[in-house]
Design a protein around this ligand. Structure first.
Ligand SMILES: Cc1cc2nc3c(=O)[nH]c(=O)nc-3n(C[C@H](O)[C@H](O)[C@H](O)COP(=O)(O)OP(=O)(O)OC[C@H]3O[C@@H](n4cnc5c(N)ncnc54)[C@H](O)[C@@H]3O)c2cc1C
Length: 395
């Protein structure tokens, strides 16, 4: 049996390493760590702690800390932020050691064929596989509010479109839309990269910053976990299998709300007194002004309307996973995948309702909980899915 994994990010790579260990014939397609290199900005720091920022390997010795030690660095610990570049280099190191034969091509089509699938690729002959795992991440699911669309591509862009925000911001007046980590970190990077003026407008009632670490402070009564402190966070981190047993409406709600938009503690100092952040703002209108700049109307919770002009609007407005965005899935495949609010309904085995087609990573979060939105979820997902596929290959 051959398993094809589409996507070579943390989830695809971790699964491939596990399948290899179990002797399952596996082919992995995609540019390794592409989302992290192309769709996240230079200078970004991971919000997840070092202990929650390792890809899952089937044997010891391949954590972020092991990588740092191998290149002669002192491993990051506790609440020290992990630089994006360190994480990308770590991903490449993991690939070299555990998944060296990643096929750096794009999958352009997936169609049913006999008892399996045939995959089209942008370069080279089609590939046959008995089972397919979609580990395609979030990039195809960028969300820009419809009200911003009239501005045109030169005046508005999604945060995922920029691998280097300095290019966008130099000497320009930029408005960032959003209330989460991506919005606030983009604003800090734009300000530090030489933008003339940066302002943030968010829809959330209040921008939440995580509490800074306080060494020596007595431990709180709430439980801690690699994803953070708190009862619901710890439960989500430890019980992805139990999460699946909740009613689907509750799961969809919790997957979004637990660990919802908030900013890392280390962003506060970079923004305070430098970048104005206004919350509870709703964009009611956005147009290109006669001078070619963006002109927006924003309403706050009291009903006060504000007119804002900018050279560019950066929509750090997140992602809305919808299977319909995966245009490489043939209609005959897509039709057979049951969804709940656009997200695939998954069995305990990660299998969709199309036999032989599996989904892992953030799109599986409404089934297994918010853990799957983070790198830390690779451990649970790879172990379980690899065991399922190994059993299947043994017949
Ligand atoms: C701005 C931002 C910051 C984040 N910060 C953190 C953080 O600090 N900590 C954390 O744990 N999580 C963070 N996340 C969440 C993060 O996306 C996930 O934890 C993790 O990257 C998911 O891994 P993945 O392999 O599912 O997806 P990805 O890393 O997105 O990898 C998917 C891969 O699939 C490839 N692909 C897609 N379609 C095809 C195709 N047709 N053919 C071939 N390849 C294809 C893509 O190119 C990509 O390389 C962040 C997300 C964003 C957007």
């Amino acid at each position: 049996m051959t398993v094809a994994i589409v996507g070579a990010g943390p989830y695809g790579l971790s699964l491939a390493a596990h399948l290899r260990q179990l002797g399952v014939t596996t082919r992995v397609f995609g540019e390794p760590m592409e989302s992290w290199r192309r769709h996240m900005p230079v200078g970004m720091l991971l919000k997840s702690r070092p202990v929650a920022s390792s890809l899952a390997a089937p044997r010891p010795g391949y954590t972020l800390a092991a990588f740092q030690r191998a290149r002669g660095e002192r491993p990051l610990t506790g609440d020290q932020p992990v630089p994006r570049d360190t994480f990308v280099d770590y991903g490449r190191w993991f690939v070299d050691r555990l998944v060296p034969d990643v096929e750096r091509v794009r999958i352009t089509g997936i169609e049913p064929a006999g008892h399996g699938f045939v995959l089209g690729r942008d370069d080279g002959p089609e590939v046959e596989a008995d089972a397919v795992v979609l580990a395609t991440g979030l990039a195809a699911h960028r969300f820009v509010p419809a009200v911003l669309e009239d501005l045109g591509d030169d005046l508005v862009s999604h945060s995922a479109e920029h691998a280097d925000l300095a290019e966008l911001g130099a000497d320009r007046d930029i408005v960032v839309i959003g209330s989460g980590q991506s919005a606030l970190e983009s604003a800090a990077l734009l300000h530090e990269g030489g933008a003339a003026r940066v302002r943030v407008f968010g829809r959330a009632d209040r921008v939440r910053f995580a509490a800074p670490p306080e060494p020596g402070r007595p431990r709180r009564l709430t439980p801690d976990s690699p994803l953070g402190a708190g009862w619901t966070v710890a439960a989500a981190a430890r019980g992805p299998a139990a999460f699946r047993l909740l009613p689907s409406g509750v799961r969809a709600d919790l997957a979004r709300r637990i660990l919802g938009p908030s900013a890392a503690w280390w962003l506060r100092d970079r923004l305070d007194g430098r970048v104005p952040v206004r919350d509870a703002q709703t964009i009611t209108r956005a147009r290109r002004a006669p001078d070619g700049r963006a002109r927006m109307l924003l309403r706050d919770r009291t009903g006060y309307q504000r007119e804002v002009h900018a050279d560019h609007v950066l929509a750090a407005t997140g992602y809305r996973v919808d299977l319909a965005a995966l245009d490489f899935l043939a209609p005959a495949v897509r039709r057979r995948i049951a969804t709940v609010r656009g997200l695939p309904a998954l069995a305990a085995s990660f299998e969709t309702t199309m036999p032989g087609l599996y989904v892992t990573g953030p799109p599986a979060a409404t089934t297994f909980g918010p853990l799957l939105r983070f790198v830390h979820g690779t451990e649970f997902a790879s172990r379980r899915l690899a065991a399922v596929l190994a059993a299947r290959s043994r017949g």
